[in-house]
Design a protein around this ligand. Structure first.
Ligand code: ZN
Length: 445
């Protein structure tokens, strides 16, 4: 019964969208701002200053005293309320009543609480309020029947926009425009496949439309980036968030192409290439020249191996040469294989479905191998090719049935991006300083 009314309270959460132009967030603009003289504030008339007791968590405190604190390690409710005339019997009863709303055992260290107690000599506690998170609080009502309720605060989702030019690094430029490291990382993730982020050029321009979550006026985090825009030497590359049936939200460029590739370039996150794809290589174990139709990555034993793309496991087996290996069919054109594993990842067997980036096994030296490494092989239309050189296809584009919806969204986003003004001059002296070109679109290295 109780839960239902809470459910209603949750439903009241409102989302409001506010659009803010980038004007005030641009870094170099600050030098042009005229300082306005602060006028002395007029003295407040006495009667307005007169204190009224605040309403705390919806509770008028006219007759109550407010104690604020933070739960310390190992501290529990009975300890907290012992000094406020609440008996262990009452605590026990309260704990039982609270079970279905917010179990008192879940009261944890480092969270804020408030005790509202009567202004009598016993200082009897009337309410205990605990904040499990920034977005909710629990009111333990110690009056009469002992009531417990969980209240969700309104989370305001505000849409924000920032823009700026790259000066030294993407990180500094986004921060200077009013973003946060979290936002930089998200932006970098979206563009990582199409943009060499270490080679951006001073003068490149970015624009971002994203959601920010607020509780009581305080930022508690970010929602998603709705759209981003990056311009290198006048060449624009949009990233528009769009959701297609049965897929995670993806980012698509202005042509409806996914910003992601269908395959990761490498199956190990951190590694060193120890032997490249070659038609003729001296085999270290067999001591003779033979083609090496794969790429070897040296890495410590046990390093997780990721499948480079979605697919189905064709084989997860052992042979004398390959050791433990996994072969994955991605589609009718592409197949990849991973050799010399120390072991397979949990659940990897013939017929298993795998998703890009999923761990399928661990680096080892089984089969013909001198030391722990991964031999990675890549087939295109039945032919073995160099995985480091092959032009990787884009991930799923916008499907035909979504073409119209995407076109409409794109038009809206384009209009809004144009409206985000990047005031201030492009840093010209920086433009000339470094002429290394960022790589856009498919010209990646
Ligand atoms: Zn190899």
């Amino acid at each position: 019964m109780f839960k239902r009314s809470i459910g209603l309270a949750i439903l009241i959460a409102v989302s409001l969208f506010v659009f803010i132009t980038a004007a005030q967030t641009l870094s170099f603009e600050s030098t042009n701002i005229q300082k306005t003289e602060k006028k002395p504030e007029p003295a407040q008339p006495e009667e307005i200053v007169k204190k009224t007791a605040p309403v705390v968590y919806g509770i008028p405190t006219d007759t109550l005293e407010i104690i604020e604190g933070t739960i310390e390690r190992g501290e529990n409710l009975s300890e907290l309320l012992r000094d406020y005339n609440i008996s262990p019997v009452t605590i026990d009863l309260l704990a039982r009543k609270a079970k279905d709303v917010f179990n008192v055992r879940r009261i944890n260290a480092n969270h804020n609480y408030i005790i509202l107690h009567a202004q009598d000599s016993a200082q009897t506690a009337r309410y205990f309020i605990y904040e499990p998170s920034e977005v909710e609080y629990v009111v333990y009502d110690l009056n009469g029947d002992l009531d417990v309720r969980l209240v969700k605060r309104e989370v305001l989702v505000v849409e924000r926009a920032i823009a700026g030019f790259i000066e030294s690094s993407l990180f500094e430029s986004i921060l200077a425009a009013g973003g946060t490291p979290q936002l930089v990382n998200h932006f970098a993730d979206i563009y990582a496949w199409r943009l060499n982020l270490s080679r951006l050029q001073p003068g490149d321009m970015f624009k971002l439309i994203y959601e920010e979550k607020l509780v009581n006026g305080n930022t508690i985090g970010f929602g998603k980036i709705k759209a981003a825009y990056f311009e290198h030497e006048g060449k624009p590359l949009y990233a528009i968030a769009f959701e297609q049936d049965g897929q995670k939200t993806g980012y698509y460029d202005q042509d409806g192409k996914s910003l992601k590739k269908a395959f990761l370039r490498e199956p190990l996150e951190f590694s060193r290439i120890s032997s490249r794809f070659s038609k003729s290589r001296f085999h270290p174990v067999q001591k003779r020249y033979k083609p090496h139709l794969g790429t070897d990555f040296a890495a410590p034993r046990g390093t997780p191996i990721r499948t480079v793309g979605d697919g189905v496991v064709l084989e997860a087996a052992y042979t004398r040469g390959n050791g433990y290996f996994v072969k994955i069919k991605h589609n009718k054109t592409y197949t990849t294989q991973y050799l010399h594993m120390s072991k397979f990842a949990r659940g990897i067997r013939k017929g298993s479905r795998v998703q890009q980036g999923q761990t399928i096994g661990y680096v080892g030296s089984t089969g013909l191998a001198t030391g722990p490494h991964l031999c990675y092989r890549f087939w295109q239309n039945g032919r073995q090719v160099d995985a480091l050189r092959v032009k990787l296809p884009s991930a799923h584009p916008i499907e035909r049935k979504y073409k119209e919806a995407f076109a409409a969204l794109k038009e809206e986003i384009e209009g809004r991006m144009v409206a985000i003004e990047v005031t201030g001059a492009q840093p010209k002296e920086l433009l000339a300083a470094d002429k290394q070109h960022a790589t856009l679109n498919d010209e990646e290295v």
